[in-house]
Design a protein around this ligand. Structure first.
Ligand SMILES: [Mn+2]
Length: 276
């Protein structure tokens, strides 16, 4: 089948930690809760304003499995309002194991454009009308050895191919005791066009070989927002001729940071040969 790539715009954010200040969190703060929800609504506003074709959330969308039902409903209603395919690859805070936050209420009855990955070995999603295939794994519990991009499938798709993962990219100064390792070699082996990363609060591009652009969106909010290293989402532009370019868009009206000005991390080359 002949699949034509067309220009797409994708909204990428992660580590939102919705519900972090809900009643059962132990950090209850009505003021912070209201601010966090306002920021999430702002993200959806940005998605609508930029007329995005899809929304990707690679993990830690929710802070924990005890968030208020109202928080879950707010999320689903905002996804419905955005109205484009929205894909979540759950992280360590919002994994899909027993008692998962995603099983609390029927989010999908509210937002039928929402898809949550469930498979720890990975699963593909194909959105025919966008000529877009997305692949990623779900965290199913807090397993330090979990590797978001180990044993990837063949690309086997002529349209756009995006991979999603929630983990820790290994750069020269990385602490390797951290969990959920992601290496440059693994990104290269995905053979995809864009790698949407989550787990870090700092937005940054990372080295992934010459095939793919790979980036953490950083956290749009919360502690990252307060410390000044977050507060942005990524708009990913996929263009058949021009390739993949990013814009880091502020949720607070600060100037857009263009692709070349987004921080870039090189890989730890040694790691490729010493770790399994
Ligand atoms: Mn995380």
């Amino acid at each position: 089948m002949d699949i034509q790539k067309k220009p797409l715009k994708i909204l990428h954010t992660s580590d939102i930690h919705l519900g972090a200040y809900d009643k059962k969190s132990g950090r209850f703060s009505n003021e912070k809760k209201m601010l966090q929800e306002a920021h999430f609504i702002k993200i959806i506003d940005l998605g609508i304003e930029h007329d995005v074709d899809a929304f990707l959330i690679p993990g830690d969308l929710f802070d924990n499995a005890r968030v208020d039902n109202e928080t879950l409903e707010l999320f689903a209603n905002q996804i419905k309002r955005l109205g484009v395919p929205t894909i979540v690859s759950p992280g360590n805070h919002d994994h899909v194991g027993p008692g998962s936050v995603y099983d609390r209420i029927d989010l999908f009855a509210i937002a039928d454009n929402l898809f949550v990955m469930r498979n720890e070995s990975g699963e593909p999603i194909i959105i025919d009308e966008l000529s877009l295939k997305i692949w990623g794994k779900a965290h199913t519990e807090e397993l330090p050895d979990f590797r978001p991009f180990s044993n990837p499938p063949e690309r086997a798709y002529d349209g756009w191919y995006i991979c999603m993962g929630h983990g820790h990219y290994i750069h020269p100064n990385a602490l390797q005791r951290h969990s959920f390792h992601i290496s440059c070699k693994e990104i290269l082996e995905l053979n995809c066009d864009y790698v949407a990363l989550g787990h870090w609060e700092q937005f940054t591009r990372v080295e992934g070989g010459d095939k793919a652009v790979a980036a953490y969106s950083g956290a749009p909010e919360s502690l990252a927002y307060e410390s000044g290293i977050g507060g942005r989402v990524l708009i990913v532009n996929l263009h058949p001729q021009n390739g993949v370019t990013l814009s880091a868009v502020s949720i607070n009206g600060e100037p857009v940071i263009n692709h070349k000005d987004i921080p870039y991390l090189y890989a730890d080359k040694e790691y490729e040969y010493t770790a399994n």
